[in-house]
Design a protein around this ligand. Sequence first.
Ligand code: SF4
Length: 296
Amino acid sequence: MIREAKRIGMSGVGVSGGEPFLMRQMIFQIVRLAKQQGLNVNLATNAFWARTYDKAVEMLQALKELGFKTPGDGIAISAGQYHLPHIHRDCSMNLIKAYKAVFNASLTRLDFEYVAGNEQILADFKAFLASEGILETDYKLVERTVFQTTGNARIQAKEIINKRPATVFQGLCPWIKDLIVEPSGDVYPCCGFNRYNKGIVIGNVKRQTLEEISNSAQVMPVMAMLKKHSFAYLHALLAKKFEIEKTADGLCDICEIIFSKPEHVDYLVEQFSYLYDHPFLSQPYFPAESAPIEIE
Ligand code: SF4
């Protein structure tokens, strides 16, 4: 897959979780192959393995020997309200320090999530890092206070629901530029949570090559809809025929409402059949634009 990714024009490989470093031999193999192909590598981790500074350095040195380097490659730590009860803050601290020592660079990203109103958790975390001699320039902080109750989060997210009327989601999805491969082999066009209910599956790597998948995704009715119509518009159309939720807490949530039921997709495909021989469908799937393709 990694060799093929390069051939079809992808620029990088990312591994996220679960926790990818639970399978460190696999991580090493992915990094080695990706670097041989000249692809960038991004790894997301909760940093559990950085229990001591020495362990963090050891792991980063191993990655470095496989060709991992900055800029280009990166590591993102997932931390915050839902991680801290399970992963000690020392792990983040050790990893940030080790990253600086090994790569002479600031940590690519520290994703810190908390529910709005709990700002103190972040303030305490930053104060702790500062007390350990870590500067704010030693890591790129990304605060996440907006949660979408899609996929697995629905089960435990009652406290963070921030629903808005479907009419506010006037935009197109800006994220459909990836091939996300799940352990089952199913491939999705985004890391959005719609994948938890198999809302938009574009192929399976156990049966198809990445090239076949990207080619077929290019002409899939669902992908054409995503590139052409706002979620608000698709929602309004569906609401005329189906009883559907009227509010959502983000793009992926409304996307899930629209695309997670086969009867919704069948209905929309029927409505937009005129769209599916449009010339834009013959453009290559990669290199994908970060912004969706707008058509007249
Ligand atoms: S809005 Fe839909 S297509 Fe876009 S990232 Fe979310 S789940 Fe994926």
